[in-house]
Design a protein around this ligand. Structure first.
Ligand SMILES: Cc1ncc(COP(=O)(O)O)c(C=O)c1O
Length: 355
């Protein structure tokens, strides 16, 4: 398939020939006037797939999440959010900087969920000393970990009972649905809003859809304008999103299988490995990370170097690419094991002797 095996992220995919054709042939209009037929079709289709009243197309997941938070919370109101969640940790503080929203941050547990007792305890009392808690925000998948419907249902019930709105960053919700062999409609039922990226596992070059009720989407449309995300002939990229929704959902299971094979092969090299959906995490000694990155790069395997190396499978990596990556990893670690001063069997990160 590709000469380069790019495991940095599932955002690196290039449009397939079928997707490019759909983009080329897209019927276009000016979406700021609401008359781009392809954008309108994508929004209608997304609303149907997710089981929401309405949908709105955004250039990015960051902007879609921020517009959602702004549409739920007034200036100075608060969102309960996990410390590891993208909207809190990796979106340059946009909710505070641009949204004037106060984050009430609680730790994500190892399975990615928030402890709902802790969520409930952190809801502010009605007292002018505190920012008023308005919203609970969750993420699924988080660090690749899929969060089951039973937990989501309990979170929705808590939000209802305590008068909060509830938002889901579902950038990779289709991966969660593939994992549980269910639909995104089932996983997202009861949420007031869901943001779902088309440009990650689904393989579009850009674009995210935000789902919600009619009134919420009307507010989000205004927020999108403020944030500079209203685009004109956006049908060119919406066509890729529509194509992705129709053609790239069922294949996500093969990304998960490739990730499982990658994890299995790395474990055979005695590496501590975790795998969740399309993500594999490998713990490495920090001082070996740069050398490994370089070794892989020379063999056209791309990774984002880190002591907790994250490897992501996607549409542009096939089973042969996974085997190539595994032999490059295997080569590095067997050379290291044999080298003077290299990695020895008593190194703490090795879980069993090298054979
Ligand atoms: C969970 C999650 N939410 C939101 C985003 C933001 O998406 P974008 O890169 O399109 O802004 C990402 C991007 O990696 C993400 O992983």
């Amino acid at each position: 398939m590709n000469a380069i095996v790019d495991l940095r992220s599932d955002t690196v995919t290039r449009p397939t020939p079928g997707m490019r054709k759909a983009m080329l042939e897209a019927e276009l209009g000016d979406d700021v006037f609401g008359d781009d037929p392809t954008v309108n079709r994508l929004q209608a289709r997304a609303a149907e797939v997710f089981g929401f009243e309405d949908a709105l197309f955004f250039p990015s997941g960051t902007q879609s999440n921020l517009a959602a938070l702004i549409s739920h919370c007034q200036r100075s109101e608060a969102v309960i959010i996990g410390a590891e969640q993208h909207s809190y940790r990796y979106e340059a503080g946009g909710l505070g900087v641009l949204g004037s929203i106060h984050p009430q941050v609680i730790p994500n547990r190892p399975d990615g969920t928030l402890d709902l007792a802790q969520v409930e305890a952190s809801i502010s009392p009605d007292d002018p000393h505190f920012a008023r808690t308005r919203l609970l925000a969750l993420e699924n998948t988080i660090g690749g970990k899929p969060i089951p419907r039973s937990y989501l249902q309990s979170a929705v019930e808590l939000a209802r009972r305590r008068g909060l709105s509830i938002h889901l960053d579902g950038a990779r919700i289709f991966n969660a649905a593939a994992h549980f062999q269910t639909s995104v409609k089932e996983l997202c039922a009861g949420f007031d809003s869901v943001s779902s990226c088309l440009s990650k596992g689904l393989g579009a070059p850009a674009g995210t859809v935000l789902l919600g009720g009619k009134d919420f989407i009307a507010r989000a449309r205004r927020a999108r304008k403020i944030l500079g995300g209203a685009m004109r002939q956006a049908g060119v990229i919406a066509a890729a999103g529509l194509y992705a929704l129709e053609n790239h959902v069922a294949r996500l299971a093969s990304d998960h299988q490739n990730a499982a094979r990658l994890a299995e092969g790395l474990r055979a090299s005695n590496l501590p490995v975790e795998q969740h959906t399309n993500m594999v995490f490998v713990t490495l000694p920090a001082e070996r990370v740069a050398a490994l990155g370089e070794h892989l790069r020379k063999r056209d395997i791309l990774v984002l170097p880190g002591a907790r190396l994250r490897l992501v499978t996607h549409l542009d990596v096939d089973a042969a690419g996974i085997e190539r990556a595994l032999s490059a990893f295997g080569e590095f670690f067997s050379a290291e094991a044999g080298a003077p001063g290299g990695i020895r069997t008593h190194d703490p990160w090795l879980r069993r002797p090298i054979l």
